[in-house]
Write a protein that binds this ligand. Structure first.
Ligand code: ATP
Length: 333
């Protein structure tokens, strides 16, 4: 179902949490709201959920204006960071709860709960209480419960952030597979760029209450619209024009018009080419060997570049090198 957010603004007292935020999400999109702490992600998700009222703007789901509709009538499944299961209900009863509220027949609830628990990898765990489950398992139950209401939209607020890294990576993959197979449009809040890159069809990159850029993970990585996006997503070398003019003049041709100070060239570390040889005018500052790759810091007259090279490269600190780049993107400084 298509979601349209139009001109949403929200202030808390005198501080603006959201300033005219608009975006669309397609029928089975996985959208990640990504941005640093305090940029307004959760506020936006809560407005979509109907838990917070916006000061201005509208929310449409499937063509219907739901801006003033109470949360319980929106048909959305929500999973929060804290597992928020009912502690005195078993996993199966937790999953069955939304169906019970809707008056679904007891037999159907039992069958559906068993199916949903199996879907999230918890077949056989239906009789356990939340305190008999690990954090990752509890979050799976919360996910199954959110799916039980057959939501028109699934909302996930940092659902993985309380989990340890291994479980987190595993559950991340499972959420993606499940979301694809069910085709439910999903909005997830995260401040973790890796999570957003791995999960999203569309990333909405936010900063201080507004949207910096919307696009696919690849768009944002390869064509960041601003220094902020370039820096926030992945590693970036942000290089001033005078450096580009002297070292990689070929890139100047594609620079948008404007004064030197208004643009920087964003080079991803893996796009930097480093060639050892006495003619080079840069020097290897240090190299960190990471197995499959090596991270080198290259110093060109005080401008330090981070380069990622194959692990087998034999660069050594102090070695003279020439540098180039296979691709780059100009970003507003
Ligand atoms: P985080 O990643 O830390 O959760 P966030 O991007 O989700 O951050 P929000 O929780 O949406 O950010 O908060 C945006 C701004 O609004 C922050 O400055 C926050 O302090 C403020 N804020 C959020 N909820 C309230 C509230 N109920 N009352 C007052 N201010 C609030």
């Amino acid at each position: 179902m298509h979601l349209r957010i139009d001109g949403i603004s929200k202030a808390w007292g005198t501080s603006t949490a959201l300033d005219r935020v608009s975006f669309n999400a397609g029928a089975s999109d996985f959208v990640c709201l990504l941005g640093p702490s305090g940029c307004g992600k959760t506020t936006l998700l809560r407005i979509v959920a109907g838990l917070t009222e916006p000061d201005a703007g509208s929310v449409h789901l499937g063509g219907r204006d739901i801006t003033r509709l109470p949360a319980r009538e929106r048909g959305m499944g929500i999973v929060f960071q804290s597992y928020s299961l009912f502690p005195d209900l078993t996993a199966a009863a937790n999953v069955g709860y939304p169906m019970r509220l809707r008056g679904v027949a007891v037999g159907t609830i039992a069958t559906r709960s068993t199916e949903l628990l199996a879907k999230v990898g918890l077949g056989g765990f239906g009789g356990r209480f939340p305190d008999e489950l690990s954090g990752g398992q509890q979050q799976r139950v919360a996910l199954a419960r959110a799916l039980a209401a057959e939501p028109a939209l699934l909302l996930l607020d940092e659902p993985l952030s309380a989990l340890d890294p291994a479980i987190r990576a595993q559950l991340r993959g499972e959420i993606r597979t499940l979301q694809r197979s069910l085709g439910i449009p999903t909005i997830m809040v995260t401040h973790d760029q890796d999570e957003a890159l791995a999960l999203a069809d569309t990333i909405v990159c936010m900063r201080a209450g507004h949207i910096e850029q919307i696009g696919s993970p690849r768009d944002l990585y390869e064509r960041p619209a601003s220094r902020f996006v370039a820096d926030f997503i992945g590693r970036a070398n942000l290089l001033p024009t005078h450096f580009v003019r002297e070292v990689m003049p070929g890139f100047l041709e594609r620079r948008p018009p404007g004064a030197d100070a208004t643009w920087e060239l964003c080079l991803r570390p893996e796009d930097i080419v480093v060639e050892a040889g006495p003619g080079g005018d840069a020097v290897v500052a240090d190299v960190t060997f990471l197995g499959n790759l090596a991270r080198a810091r290259i110093d060109w007259r005080g401008q330090v570049l981070l380069a990622e090279l194959p692990g087998r490269s034999m660069l050594a600190p102090g070695e003279p090198v020439a540098i180039g780049a296979t691709r780059g993107a100009w970003v507003a400084a």
